[in-house]
Design a protein around this ligand. Sequence first.
Ligand code: S3P
Length: 212
Amino acid sequence: MDVADDIWLDADGYPLLTGPVFLIGFMGAGKSTLGPLVARHLDVPFNDLDQEIQIQTGVQLQQLFRRGEEKFREVEFRVLQKILQHQPDETEKILQTGTWSRSKIISLGGGTPCRPGRMEWLNSQGLTVFLNVSTDELVRRLQNQAEHRPKLQGLTPSQLRQRIEELMEERMPYYRQAALVISEDQLDAYRLCTQIRSYSAPPTVPRPDYRN
Ligand code: S3P
């Protein structure tokens, strides 16, 4: 049998994604903005972990964070596990092409992968995609949004840059373990889709290497 006979294609003729895709990266990297657009394009469900935490706990993220970061990280991980277990009928619908997918796009929080063992676990569960945005661009995007983010509140502009640099240094060793690293400040949903699809292409097709 031809290898290609084994590969299910989506409505656009690309190999069907078979598992969850985790978007990871720093606050402001575009995970929550690009995630739903990519999910719509690929016709798979979308979950935003931060939103899901608030829905499931009934508590605002900032309030939850005030109870201590360790507690927040525990809740965050439990909610993520629940998202992965949940397989609504919708995701099993037979597509027009006669195929079906258990895939979904999940935007994680900036700190979700940054615990010992967490990247290994995420890589065993699905495809991890690191949206690697430059510090200059993160500072630009976050300067008006810092007040809503517990890790960045109450900082002057120069303190904000310093905090971002410090956190990035701590987090890079985790983020860099992603299967797919995309270093682009102006990434759009179309290009992100293309890169996810290329990565998920059959093994007979060489995978592009986006690491640098
Ligand atoms: C955090 C990032 C936030 C949120 C929480 C903590 C972090 O998510 O989970 O405020 O530690 O980087 P976003 O990356 O979606 O802003």
